[in-house]
Ligand binder design. Structure first.
Ligand code: C5P
Length: 304
């Protein structure tokens, strides 16, 4: 198991911010606030970013560094937003230097920015004089982004509403899936979440909420395998615009019997690798051949 938070010293903590994949994602309609209602099962994986957070006495708020991704060093970054919200809520004011080591490609549907923000909240709680209670962290997380609350929950979780209503998937199922190997693969392009949802909205091709909830229940009750559960409504708008996804998915299905899926709004995809699967390098070659050598390819596993 990966330790998510380490105390380096009294004033320094290091946090692991895991990526997620959506094993199931049904979009069940558009809401009055402009967002969409979801029914989605999220799994955290062993690929993730690292945040090193150091408390300083300078009363300067947050100073964010992100080597190699300097364009992320802005006050609009979800980490900076999380720290600002934490200061506002707690009433404390001191300085924090954060170094973000980015491994999760942005604009990938892997929840990198959201996971970083939640880790920043947890880090502030460790470094602060007072800890904010869990329900307050949930509220702050849901204000920052729809995916954020799911990163406060350990193991597999179901998120509904705009993503803020989160509950754990039964522990025995989480434990059973923990350790399952996953191949992440992403073309050399990132997608805007808002664009993908807007294109789905223009087609109004939503899933029925009751049916989506029933499918998740059947899986939890052991009547569906995880492979049978795999689904993502956001593949509709993505595959329509980006025609190169489906042929690769079909080739992988045909040659290896594995059904890949898009994660969230993409552009990263994932394939659950069956236990004993020993053709990873051939599978990677197939992907490189189809999408070119700038593709992001990473083998990892589902974590608790
Ligand atoms: O919440 P977050 O900032 O991650 O969402 C980015 C965009 O994705 C939103 O502005 C919205 O356009 C779309 N979205 C949505 N419904 C959701 C989550 C996101 O329409 N449940």
């Amino acid at each position: 198991m990966i330790e998510r938070i380490k105390n380096r010293s009294k004033s320094t903590v290091e946090l692991f911010a895991p990526a997620k994949v959506n094993l199931f994602l049904a979009v069940t309609g558009k809401r009055e606030d402009g967002y969409h209602d979801l029914c989605t099962v999220l799994a955290k994986v062993s690929v993730g970013d690292t945040l090193e957070m150091k408390r300083t006495d300078k009363n300067e708020g947050v100073n964010l560094r992100c080597p190699g991704f300097e364009d992320l060093e802005t006050s609009g970054n979800l980490i900076s937003q999380a720290v600002d919200k934490w200061f506002q809520q707690s009433g404390e004011s001191w300085g924090v230097e954060i170094t973000l080591k980015k491994k999760i490609p942005p604009m990938s549907g892997l929840g990198g920015g959201s996971s970083d923000a939640v880790s920043a909240l947890l880090g502030m709680n460790k470094l602060g004089d007072e800890s904010l209670p869990e329900d307050m962290l949930y509220n702050l997380a849901s204000e920052i982004g729809s995916d954020c609350p799911s990163f406060l929950t350990a193991g597999l979780c179901l998120a509904e509403g705009r993503g803020e209503h989160v509950r754990s998937i039964i522990e025995s199922l989480s434990q059973q899936i923990s350790g399952q190997r996953v191949l992440l693969f992403r073309p050399d392009i990132g997608f805007s979440t808002a664009d993908v949802y807007a294109r789905l909205a223009s087609k109004k091709s939503y899933s029925a909420k009751k049916r989506a909830q029933e499918l998740v229940k059947s899986w939890e009750n052991g009547n569906l395998s995880v492979e049978e559960l795999l689904h993502n409504d956001l593949e509709i708008p993505v595959f329509e615009k980006h025609r190169y996804f489906l042929p690769l998915f079909e080739q992988i299905k045909q040659q290896y019997g594995i059904q890949p899926r898009l994660s969230g709004s993409g552009s990263c995809c994932f394939a659950l690798l069956p236990s004993g699967f020993d053709q990873i390098s051939q599978l990677k070659d197939l992907i490189l051949k189809a999408w070119g050598d700038k593709v992001f390819l990473q083998t990892c596993e589902i974590i608790d």
